[in-house]
Ligand binder design. Structure first.
Ligand code: NA7
Length: 859
């Protein structure tokens, strides 16, 4: 090897793309010795290999560039909005020269194997040159889209013409003039190269399996406002670090589904004019989570695509329909669809007329045969895991990474793998990687690793390894995050679906770079939570999960944290009501129901409002009387609107949300008296309300759960009305609760202990809190009550009292079921749309109500 005899390094790195380059720079700054192995003969990684015509970045260059060095970012001038491959390669070369990085790189050298050695606490790394070197740390900077997918089309060896692959294009370029060219693949690489190939070639035939969404790049000189970013680059980069995709820009909180068609159209027009994909899916908050919302953008995109293609038959083939927009990487193009208006350019739909094989002279489909002088394959990559698994990496106890990942990649934060000590992956699976501005994500990983190694040195620790608990927790968190989105609906390389036999899991973390960075920082702040260290400084491990709540709950808590609102308990009741109303104003709407009627019912001491939700199905229906949450102080009959709609649809029941008098103006027992009055009114008028006589259940959330539980007891004691079932959602049932859940969740999560105390102080004097009408858990008799479903949340101060109530009901002979939902908080269940991970719980509630009503049907 070139580097005079040194065979041991602190760090061995694979890959001299942007990740490898920055790693050298950072590791050197720590005084560590580094060796990079790179199979190409120069730096640049993906930008070294992908030299096909039209290759460009699809993130604007002002963003897609290093932010670690203020001088570098000022001295480099990008010539266009989206730089071409040669320009980006020149940039990588400039970085290598500026920081004198090449001297630590062995080019044209492929790493074949790396084995962890427990004896020496280090890695032994073998290259294709037959060298074996050792290092303490081994870092994969191999890129996410660097391992080409095998060509899975029969007969390629028969073709006698020229064969080109976009990912390893000849450095000298290709002249297609006078040639008949066939192109297979219409992802980014195909969509970028086809217009330029078609400009030269005699004829171009494109074989398309799946039509793709693409928007016009509108490339050209950098817009003045974007260029002005250089004047505030430091702040701009910092802003980028906390975004979704690593590019600053507006992030809408509003929803496509509640925006008028005209406004949506205008906003989509602007998006198209901007020619950027970084914020496409962020235009509305529901585009990536709701199919119907997504379809509004999909429809718009299809309209724009069709409008460019003259031949309706070609337009039919080229218009994408098979997956929700943005669940496969959307493309940016320059004249792609217009290219098909050339008479010598054709498109073949190989879903309808599949390729049988490559022949000596071209391509044979089921129905036709085509002759070509050249074939171009733009068939993509074995994304994210391909390059990692292409090297035989063997960890502790002889376990290979291939074996460990046989069912899909398991990684802690996409950075480290349990069983593989002192091993890091830059932008590995489980990190935002390909869903982000890659350079920004690379920088974050490199900096995290550098800080970690510095920490280890300071603490005299030699070995770091992710724990199984932390890794499993992160993988589950990643899956829960992607399951909330539409990504799993597409057969995309994000999901591993492009490579036959590859496990189908969402490879990148979908929560965005800001949320991800917060998680990485939280790991460090908690003494490297989930990592085990070993060395002269001792053995240590703070094991645990960095994210214990469900991803949507985490997002909500982080959003509330950012709002930095004063706590409710520091406000007057009026201020708290106003704040609560303002906060729920932008809540996602619930589903459509058949009818919504507002009216008044006779409360205990005068008329009170109610809102009735009627299903779309034909009536009459069973009726569920619902009591809203809000600690007896906040909310009203309309405040849980989305939840009531949802319950109405899924339980196929009329929901009557009855208001009750609130504290402190009307303290205990006003609310429960009104609740009981509402029950009597509904029972009496049930048929006029469109209900089925006798088919009556109650449901309530939080303080409303308290009211629902109490009215069941009052009805039993009064000899009626008859209630068929009760669904109690995180109910308040004990005014004297001091259980572990009260203490564990005292400081969080939305409902704190202090807030619960504040509610009680407004509602009921301590002297009366033990009254079963205030604390139904304290009733002397809990028998003969309606069958109950009690829903509790893991991170709720009220968790243990809800559980205690279900147990006490059961012990007294009342049919009672309790379900505790992991990772949920007090407010999860009624937050329809905002907390999709509580959908299962909502389905359980609806099923319980349906069961209560079914129980009354004759067998
Ligand atoms: P992509 O986006 O994976 O595109 C590959 C294309 O090749 C896509 O249209 C595939 O169709 C098609 N393909 C793959 N295998 C076959 C076979 N066997 N027969 C026919 N067609 C096939 O890769 P790119 O290189 O374009 O882009 C990768 C990323 O690089 C891109 O997202 C940017 O981030 C940069 P399919 O859609 O699977 O039906």
């Amino acid at each position: 090897m070139a580097e005079a005899g040194n065979r041991h390094f602190d760090i061995i790195i694979v890959g001299a793309g942007f990740a490898g380059l920055y790693l050298i720079h950072k590791m050197r700054a720590l005084g560590l010795s580094v060796r990079v192995f790179e199979k190409g003969d120069d730096v640049g990684g993906t930008w070294y290999w992908n030299r096909y015509p039209g290759a460009r970045c699809d993130i604007e260059s002002i963003d897609y560039s290093f932010g670690f060095d203020p001088e570098l970012e000022q001295e480099w001038e990008w010539s266009e909005k989206y730089a071409t491959q040669p320009e980006i390669l020149r940039y990588a070369q400039h970085v290598a020269e500026r920081f004198d990085l090449r001297r630590d790189i062995s080019f044209e050298t492929r790493v074949e194997k790396a084995v962890w050695d427990d004896e020496t606490s280090g890695w032994s790394v073998t290259t294709d040159k037959g060298d074996t070197l050792t290092s303490r740390f081994f870092i994969m900077a191999t890129g996410c889209l660097s391992q080409p997918k095998d060509i899975d089309i029969a007969g390629i060896e028969n073709f006698t013409g020229e064969i080109y692959r976009t990912h390893s294009w000849p450095h000298e370029g290709v002249d297609f003039a006078g040639k008949r060219v066939g192109v297979i693949g219409t992802g980014s690489s195909g969509i970028q190269s086809i217009p330029l190939i078609a400009e030269q070639a005699d004829s171009t035939t494109v074989f398309q399996r799946t039509a793709n969404y693409s928007i016009p790049a509108g490339n050209g000189p950098i817009a003045p406002e974007k260029r002005a970013v250089k004047d505030r680059y430091r702040d701009y980069r910092e802003e980028a670090r906390w975004t979704r995709g690593g590019v600053p820009g507006p992030v809408a909180m509003d929803l496509a589904l509640v925006t008028s068609e005209e406004e949506r159209e205008q906003r989509y027009e602007k998006l198209w004019a901007k020619g950027a994909i970084s914020h496409l899916a962020l235009e509305f908050a529901d585009l990536l989570v709701n199919l119907e919302a997504n379809e509004t953008l999909g429809q718009y995109a299809r309209k724009r695509i069709r409008s460019k293609i003259e031949d309706p038959a070609k337009a039919d083939i080229l218009t994408p329909t098979e997956f929700p927009i943005c669940t496969k990487r959307p493309c940016l193009d320059t004249g792609y669809f217009e290219t098909f208006n050339r008479p010598n350019v054709d498109i073949v739909d190989i879903k309808k007329d599949p390729i049988r094989s490559i022949t000596a002279t071209g391509v044979a489909t089921r129905d036709r045969s085509f002759d070509f002088d050249a074939l171009v394959f733009a068939t993509g990559f074995d994304a994210m895991t391909g390059a990692l698994l292409a090297i035989d990496i063997v960890g502790r106890g002889g376990q290979s990474l291939q074996d460990k990942w046989a069912d899909g990649p398991a990684s802690y934060l996409g950075l480290a793998v349990e069983g593989f000590p002192n091993f890091f992956t830059i932008t590995g699976p489980g990190s935002p990687s390909v869903l982000s501005n890659m350079i920004l994500s690379i920088e974050q990983h490199v900096e995290w690793i550098a800080d970690c190694l510095d920490h280890m040195r300071g603490e005299r620790l030699d070995v770091i390894e992710a724990t199984a608990t932390a890794e499993t927790g992160w993988v589950e968190y990643g899956t829960a995050s992607s399951d909330m989105t539409l990504f799993p609906l597409a057969k995309s390389w994000y999901m591993g679906a492009n490579v036959p036999g590859k496990p189908r899991v969402c490879l990148p973390y979908v929560g965005g770079v800001g949320a991800y960075r917060r998680a990485c920082n939280d790991v460090v702040a908690q003494d490297y939570l989930g990592f085990r260290f070993d060395g002269p400084g001792g053995t240590r491990c703070n094991d645990g999960l960095v994210r214990r709540q469900q991803p949507d709950v985490v997002a909500l808590l982080e959003m509330l944290d950012d709002l930095d609102l004063p706590p409710f308990e520091s406000m007057s009741a009026a201020e708290a009501r106003a704040t609560s109303e303002a906060m729920s104003a932008g809540n996602p709407p619930g589903p459509a129901v058949g009818d919504v009627v507002d009216g008044e019912y006779p409360g205990a001491e005068g008329p009170l409002e109610y809102r009735l939700y009627r299903p779309q199905t034909e009536g009459p229906h069973p009726v569920t009387l619902y009591f809203h949450g809000g600690g007896w102080v906040l909310g009203d009959h309309a405040s849980d609107d989305a939840f009531c709609r949802d319950l109405c649809v899924s339980a196929d029941s009329i929901i009557i949300s009855a208001n009750y008098r609130h504290a402190p103006e009307h303290p205990f027992p006003a609310a429960v008296d009104d609740g009981f009055a509402a029950l009597n009114w509904v029972a009496e008028d049930i048929e006029e309300l469109g209900g089925i006589s006798g088919a009556l259940a109650v449901c309530g959330w939080s303080a409303g759960g308290n009211i629902a539980a109490v009215v069941c007891q009052l009805a039993r004691d009064a000899g009626g009305p008859d209630i068929k079932g009760q669904v109690l959602i995180t109910p308040v049932v004990d005014g004297a609760d001091d259980s572990p859940s009260m203490t564990d969740n005292a400081e969080g999560f939305v409902l704190t202990r202090a807030l619960m105390d504040w509610f009680w102080d407004h509602y009921a004097d301590p002297a009366v809190r033990a009254d079963p009408k205030a604390s139904p858990l304290h009733a002397a008799d809990l028998s003969n009550l309606p069958p109950a479903l009690v829903i509790t949340a893991e991170f709720d101060p009220l968790r243990d009292q809800g559980k205690a109530y279900a147990e006490a009901l059961g012990a007294a002979g009342t049919e009672a079921r309790h379900i505790s939902y992991p990772g949920q908080i007090h407010t999860s269940f009624t937050a329809v749309g905002a907390i999709p991970t509580a959908n299962d719980a909502r389905q359980e509630m609806a099923a319980a109500l349906r069961q209560s009503f079914r129980a009354m049907e004759p067998a």
